[in-house]
Structure formats: C-alpha cells, structure tokens
Design a protein around this ligand. Sequence first.
Ligand code: ADP
Length: 542
Amino acid sequence: MLGLMQEWPLNCHKLIDHAARQYPDREIVSRSIEGPIVRTNYAELRQRSLKVSQLLRRDGYRRGDRIATLAWNTARHIETWYGIMGIGAVYHTLNPRLFPEQIAWIMNHAEDRGVFVDLTFLPLLEKIAPSVGSLRQVIVLADAKNVPDVNLPNVVAYEEWLAAADGDFAWETFDENTAAGMCYTSGTTGEPKGVVYSHRSNVLHAMLAALPDSMGISSRDVVLPVVPMFHANAWGLAHSCPMLGAKLVMPGARMDGPSIYELLDTEKVTFTAAVPTVWLMLLQHLEETGKTLPHLRKVVIGGSACPRSMIRKFQDNYGVDVVHAWGMTEMSPLGTLCTMKPQHAETEGDERLDIQQKQGFTPFGVEMKITDDDNRELPWDGSTFGRLKVRGPAVARSYYGGTGAEQFDEDGWFDTGDVAHIDHSGYMQITDRAKDVVKSGGEWISTIELENLAVGHPALAEAAVIGVSHPKWGERPLLVAVCKPGKEPDKSDILRFMEGRVAKWWLPDDVAFVDEIPHTATGKIQKSRLRELFRDYRLPGD
Ligand code: ADP
C-alpha cells in the first residue's frame, strides 16, 4: 500500500518562491565589487532570478548545461544560481584561488558553456578562456559602464543583459534528482574531482543545516556568509537563508578584519560562518582596536580545525557562541556540528572547551562510522581512531565522470579520507587527514592535536605539524611555526609549553620557524607543499 500524499518535487526554486512570498521585504545586503553597499530583498531577488532563467533559455542553454560562476558572495551571485537552476541547468562554482591552469582543467572537464564572472576575475578569465573550447558566453556581473575592454568571447554586461527580459517566465519543473550544482574538490591530492549536487540534495541539506542543533538559524537572524559560495556552497547558506527568511549580508571581495567588522557592526549581524583564518584576521582587528561584537550571537567555524584559543576568545572576550563544524565538498558540505547535547548543556570552562574542540555530532540526514583498514567498524570510545565514513541524502555517491570510485563502497558509504575518533556521546573528533597523519614506529600521531596545542602558545600565530623521515621511527613530527609580530620564542620554550599535555612520544622532535605557512585555495594548511619544503630536513639526533 502506498501513502496518499502529494508529489512535491524538492526543487531549489521553491526555496526562493517561499522567501519571496513569506519574507518579500527581508533584505539581502551586498558589498558590491564596484564598491558601494547595495540592497535588495527576496521579492526582487526572485524576480531577477526569473529573468536570468528567461534569458538563459533565450540564449540557448538547455537542461543539464553547466554554467560556471567565478564570483564573490553577492546578491547577484545568488541570482545567477537560482536562475541557472530554474531551467534545470547546473551552476558550477569555480574557486578563483586555484591556478589558472587548474581552473581551465576543471572548466574543460565540466564542459562549461557559459560563465558569470565578477569584474575582479576578468584578467584571470582572459588567461583561462582561450583553452576552454566549450565556453560560448561570458556574462560580466556589472553595469555596462563598468565593464572594461576585454579579450573574451561573447561578452555581455549582466545588468544590460538582464534589462532585456520582462520576467514573464515560470520556473521549469523536473525531477528532484536533476543536477542543480557542481563543485570540484581542490585536488590537494591528484586531480580535482567534480561533485554534482541535485535539487533534492540541496533542499534536504538546507533543512538539515538550519536545524536548531545544526546552525540553528531563524528568520530573525542576520546572516553573514563569509565562507565563499565557491567554497562548498557557502556551507549551504544561500539555500538555507531563503528557506528561513533570514536577512543576508554578503561580503563581496573584502574579507579582511576591518571590512568584516564594518558589516557585522552596521548590519547588526547575528550569525556568521567561515574558516579559522578569516577569524584570525577579525580577532586581531578587534584586539588592536578594542572594538566589541554586541550583536553577534553565533559563529560557525570549520573547514579546518578550530583552535581552542579561538573558541575561548570568541566566547570569553566577546560573548559569541562558537559552533565548530566539519564537512566537505562531497557532503554539500555539512557533516557534523558541535552544539551541546542535554548531558553537556551545563558544562563550563575548560570542560566545555574540551567538547567544543571536537567537530561535533551528525544531524539527521548524515550517518557516520569509523573503520580500520579492513573496513571493520571501530568502537565509539573517544580514543580509538580510524577512517571516517559517511552516508546520507546530501552525500556524493560518485564523482563526475566516475573518478575516485575507490572512495565509495557497495553499501553506500563514502570514505572521507579523514581519520577520527567518536566518543560515547556521539561527538566526532578529526585527528588527521589519512595522508597527513604521522606514523611513528607503527603508531599514529595526530598532527591536528599537536597544532591546536602549539597555537595556544602566546608567541605563535600559526602552527603546522608534518612527518619527517626518521631512521629509527620511520617518521617523527616536526612543528613548523609562524611567530606573532615582534615575538621571538625559542624552540625549547615551545616544546616545554606542549609537554605534559600530550603523550611524551607525540612531542615534536624539533621546531622550525618560518615567515609563512603555505595555504591551499580553500584556506587550509598545504601539508603536501610543507612536506616538499622540509623533505631533506634533518631532525636533531638523526
Ligand atoms: P578541499 O579538500 O577542496 O579543501 P573541502 O572543504 O571539501 O575542500 O575539505 C574538506 C576537508 O577539510 C575535510 O575532509 C577535512 O579534512 C577538513 N576539515 C573540514 N572541516 C574541518 C574541521 N572542523 N576540523 C578539521 N578538519 C576539517
């Protein structure tokens, strides 16, 4: 017997329809690429997205076509997403921080037919476009008067292009499993791999992301997604916020401390999200200026491990709740979030920080387990670590074109490539990426744990741990550190600080001070590059 309820395909345009009907005046504020702050609302955003759909259709795009975006977080960027999805085409976010050759490779692999591009990235696109054979149109997200002369095929200014539409158009309808969006992993190992989101997965992810014990956002919130839309869908916020009617504040191209602070302050932002490096800049700005964060209620921090000192500062100095989160492009991207279950609700101080340093537990819609190398499930005891595997309706079941098939097993589990333990209460903690873990005498040492500990030292700004080859142990940890301006600690000082807080045999064998630690295009420490730089490093006593 079948249920007798309606078929209501989970199409993404329903999110923006809902926002325009229930919260028509709720604002979307953007720092435009041209400079000024511009304001629109959900009713207008829907109308303009419909025009995008209408024109894409007029210009010959069809269902399933990939249309790239090379753009910062602005209302225009959101309009392009909904416009593209509205005809069953696929938005493909490009990460401008990648090398031009990598972007060209990705565009060719995806066979992008068009691209919406911000003014900032025109020089970059000029380098890339000649080698992308599929590209037939470039739509510059600006007024005609701001578009310079460029050497690109079929260039049109967005505002003039949009003016040609009357908006008398209806979203097309199609199966909820139709592809909606696409994003390539940055390819820190091997070639980039394409993840293809569906309408259904985006809508379900928007719901699971918004739940009270996930991000916990409501229509009363003012949300600043600092995390870029090209970095794993801005963690779903461009879908969740219209679903909820939350006001959006889009930071455009400026993510430095003073610029972010200005938006937090003038727009009275209550909720924000980004990787730790962004928050380092903001906290530094606050410390230098003595400014405070009276409106901000909650900050979600993920993408790489959030240092304990950062959680403490936000909470103790500024009264802002930190939610540590873990996820990946392949998971749309949210996997776990660290909010307080009832048994932890009353914990305070260091005990609370101990929990918050973990990446948290899964919302409904994500399943996780840890296994050993033979795929045997490991206990949730808070110390046994193994490969972290996940499944759920917003988790990839394969990569575009079938690459990386070894990461997916026949029971539907996806091997994240992360190593983690899970405690009795279901809180997961990432101890490493499988390829970064230091293997000393057959035992694993968690580089993330050592890094978190080291950056707690008052003289250090950033720290990374890598394995360096060692004749006896195979590998031993080396701490690579950047000092805060004006500080010159010595090595023994740092090691003494770490002593007693981790097993003795985990302590790094040496500390190397550097001016800068290399980062990936998504703001993570680039361990592969560091390993290259320190390949011939001799540890003391070796
Ligand atoms: P990319 O691999 O392209 O940089 P992702 O954003 O998809 O992009 O990266 C996902 C990976 O980032 C995860 O597999 C994990 O290794 C790491 N990561 C994400 N969030 C955290 C976190 N809170 N703590 C530690 N590592 C994290």
